[in-house]
Design a protein around this ligand. Structure first.
Ligand code: S3P
Length: 449
């Protein structure tokens, strides 16, 4: 079916006020994992409220290419329910065609970990952006465990051709950069390895994989280390049990409305059922440290309780913000929210400094370059120096044409800026928002009405 033509640019005008309730798409990270763990588990799994962005759809397609029956049961414009019936890890099939991960680094890296332990051959690929992203970080540990991988540029870039092994070795892997994707890749390969596979990280990253594996009967031990790092151990080989999962709203999507409300002079928004996992809620706590008025009303754990993910409604309103210093450990807990945090810092009074942002250069786009160029075009004072971003806040923003480099988080950040910038903000490539937040621009129109 042909969709409506995708606009090259969307014009966003300042909003007089922001009001209303928003239901976010299901958490993207949890949705990917729920589909992949359902693929590994023999039997039927149900997933309620999975995010229905393009990234999660890519994972659903990969799961079906590997032998699961994946049925969409309905949902709304943002989220969808799935039934997944799988023969289980031991009976998955060699995919007939290339596994297209599209724009999704999470799909590529987590699926690479699964393929490493399966017999047979598979090719993992993605779009132009994914083909630029660093993949040696997953090839190296998987090859050390016994998988055979060939890829472009000396097996540092996609596509990857992977020949798995049914006799993977357990390893201890030290991640070179904070990355939940790399950690999860190695833990998923560890499911198929004999012995204890360990991942040591200098800064703890989001822990959905560990929680969700435990909930499905797999022993994963996590130790927080004295130096601030973390050690994760998985005992293999291990069987993943099927489980029904209810996915909380995506805090990374909620972040756009949190910032929209706190920087707007007349705003009052209620965000429903947001996941507040301690390893993901960094943006809430950082904004509060800047003076944001965010009220958190817990609504129980997991609403179904499955993987123990905490959930809350967030009430947020216009606030008076001041600049803060953000250290590298805090960046790891808010990695996808740094672009929108930069917008809050540009509006806040005083200076903000965000240290340890190197990984942001390797996301769907170079987000350091993209956020600096976009916010400078809008009149902010922001500069990047090595691994650091410095923002001199307090300048009024004025509308301009801003490029989002086909990066969903940049497009949504600049759209939010347009709600307070004087004049018209022209956001380039707004269609990229569909990667994580289908319906974002509808919500933008609704809350300003
Ligand atoms: C994700 C981890 C993060 C994040 C990405 C989703 C995940 O990437 O940026 O959007 O679901 O594990 P890294 O772990 O590579 O930093």
């Amino acid at each position: 079916m042909l969709g409506a033509p995708v606009a090259e640019r969307v014009a966003v005008r300042p909003a007089r006020r922001l009001r209303g309730e928003i239901r976010l798409p299901g958490d993207k990270s949890i949705s990917h994992r729920a589909l992949l763990l359902a693929l590994l588990a023999a039997g039927e799994s149900r997933i309620t409220g999975a995010g229905d962005g393009r990234d999660v759809r890519a994972t659903a397609d990969v799961a079906s290419a590997l032998g699961a029956s994946v049925t969409r049961l309905g949902g709304d414009a943002r989220s969808v329910d799935y039934r997944v019936v799988s023969p289980g890890r031991a009976a998955l099939v060699e995919p007939a065609g290339i596994l297209d991960c599209r724009n999704s680094g999470t799909t590529f890296r987590l699926v690479a970990g699964i393929l490493a332990g399966l017999p047979g051959f598979a090719v993992l690929d993605g779009d132009e952006s994914l083909r630029r992203r660093p993949m040696a970080r997953v090839a190296a540990p998987l090859v050390a465990m016994g998988a055979t991988i060939a890829g472009r540029a000396g097996t540092t870039l996609a596509p990857f051709a992977i020949t798995g092994s049914t006799t993977l070795r357990a390893i201890e892997h030290v991640t070179l950069v904070p990355s939940a994707q790399v950690k999860s890749c190695v833990l998923l390969a560890g499911l198929a390895a004999t012995g204890t596979t360990a991942v040591r990280e200098a800064l703890p990253t989001r822990d959905h994989t560990e929680r969700m594996l435990r909930a499905r009967g797999v022993s994963v031990r996590t130790e927080l280390l004295d130096d601030g790092g973390a050690l994760h151990e998985i005992a293999g080989p291990a069987t993943v049990l099927p489980l029904d999962e209810r996915v909380p709203g995506d805090v990374s999507s909620a972040a756009f409305w949190l910032v929209a409300a706190v920087i707007h002079p007349d705003a009052d928004l209620l965000l429903r059922n947001v996941g507040t996992n301690p390893s993901r809620r960094g943006i809430i706590d950082l904004l509060r440290r800047m003076g944001a008025e965010i009220e958190e009303r817990p609504v129980g754990t997991g609403a179904g309780g499955v993987s123990g993910e905490p959930i809350a409604d967030l009430a947020v309103r216009s606030s008076s913000l001041h600049g803060i210093d953000v250290d590298p450990a805090e960046v790891a807990g808010a990695i996808d929210e740094i672009p929108i945090l930069c917008l809050a810092a540009a509006v806040a009074s005083g200076r903000s400094r965000i240290r340890g942002i190197g990984e942001l250069r390797h996301k769907e786009s170079d987000r350091v370059a993209g956020i600096v160029a976009g916010l400078v075009a809008l009149g902010a004072r922001i500069r990047a120096d090595g691994d650091e971003i410095e923002i001199e806040g307090g300048r009024a923003l004025r509308g301009a044409a801003v490029a989002s480099h086909d990066d969903h988080r940049l497009a949504m950040t600049f759209a939010v800026a347009g709600l307070i910038a004087e004049g018209t903000t022209l956001v380039g490539q707004p269609g990229s928002a569909d990667v994580s937040y289908p319906g974002f621009f509808d919500d933008l129109e609704r809350v300003r009405a």
